[in-house]
Structures are given as C-alpha cells and as structure tokens.
Design a protein around this ligand. Structure first.
Ligand code: DX5
Ligand code: ZN
Length: 220
C-alpha cells in the first residue's frame, strides 16, 4: 500500500514570499508541494504559471505535484514539465482528448495524473486506468481555497479505490481537507491529501509542522 502523503497547496501561502514558504513547509514535513494552476477560464480564478514554478524549483527537493485547472492544457504541458513539475495532473473535463494529454505527460517523463470535478462520474477514467499514476478526487469545486469538503465525495473516493484495484495508483483528495475531514477520506482509501488553508493559516515552520502533524495523526 502507498504511504500517506500530505501535500500543502501554496495557493494559500503568502505570494509575496513564496520561496520562503516552500522552504518552510518542506522543513515542516510536507511530503509533496501541491501547485494549483488556474487560468480564469476553466475555473473562475487566476493563480500562477510555469515561470513561478520554475522560480520555486531550487527551493525544495520535494515532489512538485502540479494540478492544472486550465483549458486547453495540451499546449502547456511541456512548459510545466520543463519548469520542474514531477507530476502533472489534468482535468478530465478540460478537453476532448484526455488519453492524448495523458500520453503527452508520460512522454515528457512525468508522473501522470487525472482529476475529476465533484459532479464528474468516475466512469470517464475507466479506460485510462493503465495510463495513469494518480487519481485526484476534487472534494470542492475547483477555483478557490478555503471551501467546505463535500461529504458525498467520501463514497466517490471509495469507488475510485475499488476501481484502482491492485494498480499502484496514488489516490489524492483536494479541497476542504482538515483534521476533521481527513479521517473519512483516509478510511475510504485515499493516501494523498492536499491541504491549503489547513496548513497555511499558520505562519512559519513550527506552526506548519504542528498543522501537518495534526493532519497526519488524524489520517491515522
Ligand atoms: C482548489 C484547489 C485546492 C485548494 C485547496 O481549486 O485545487 O488545491 O488550494 O485549498 P483548501 O485546502 O483550503 O480547501
Ligand atoms: Zn489543487
């Protein structure tokens, strides 16, 4: 079984000192750094792009878990790979050619992820299960940090876990993860947990460490 991983999203960090934030959260025990890329088109918010990720790359050796909320995604996959992303996750809803996007990420030598909005059924990925390394279940509607976990996503996580079967696919959850909600997601079979506000409402290494530790112990 895959290890529990806590992936702080720097969407909730202080953008005026992102390099420091990435160093601090790494020192505090983050397993992965979650990078939320938003285009103001696929989602109603704009965050940052490959140049920011490239600038952050020297600040940590942690896995860069890039979540692309952009459409189209294909023209930008190479730029995100070159910027230093280790894994690239695209939305199944972001274009008509999901299989092509996944192959492109694979050919760039990166871990291949696919994500589903809360209303999107798991059936859209049943034919690509052998082409992916990670499934990301959105437990809020993408676009903003600080939203409430949608309880119906617990059953979806369990169904995704069953669908994965014996494949070595990471099962990640994103949105509204706190010490209160993480337990249900773990019990349903998820092993990677994105946490934006739950980590970055703190300030500095020690408070990030406490928050990451609290999530990890609540995950069980
Ligand atoms: C939402 C993003 C999330 C977000 C999570 O579109 O994909 O990664 O930053 O933030 P919290 O943990 O505050 O719900
Ligand atoms: Zn995300």
């Amino acid at each position: 079984t895959l290890p529990i991983r806590i992936a702080p999203s720097i969407l909730a960090a202080d953008f005026a000192k992102l390099g420091q934030e990435v160093r601090d959260v790494t020192e505090a025990g983050a397993d992965w750094i979650h990078l939320d890329v938003m285009d103001g088109h696929f989602v109603p918010n704009i965050s940052y792009g490959p140049d920011v990720i490239k600038a952050l790359r020297p600040h940590t050796t942690a896995f860069f878990d890039c979540h692309l909320m952009i459409t189209p995604a294909d023209p930008y996959l190479e730029a995100f790979a070159k910027a230093g992303c280790d894994g690239i996750t695209v939305h199944a809803e972001s274009g008509p050619h999901l299989h092509r996007s996944l192959q492109t990420i694979r050919n760039l030598g990166k871990k291949v992820g696919v994500t589903l909005n809360p209303a999107t059924p798991l059936s859209v990925i049943e034919n690509v299960l052998d082409d992916i390394d990670l499934i990301l279940i959105m437990s809020v509607n993408p676009g903003f940090g600080g939203q409430k976990f949608i309880p119906a996503m617990v059953d979806k996580i369990a169904a995704a876990k069953a669908m994965i079967g014996a494949r070595p696919i990471e099962l990640e959850v994103d949105g509204g993860i706190t010490a209160e909600t993480i337990g249900a997601a773990t019990a349903a079979g998820a092993n990677v947990f994105v946490a934006g506000s739950a980590v970055f409402q703190g300030n500095g290494v020690e408070s990030y460490r406490q928050r990451i530790d609290a999530l990890r112990s609540a995950a069980g």
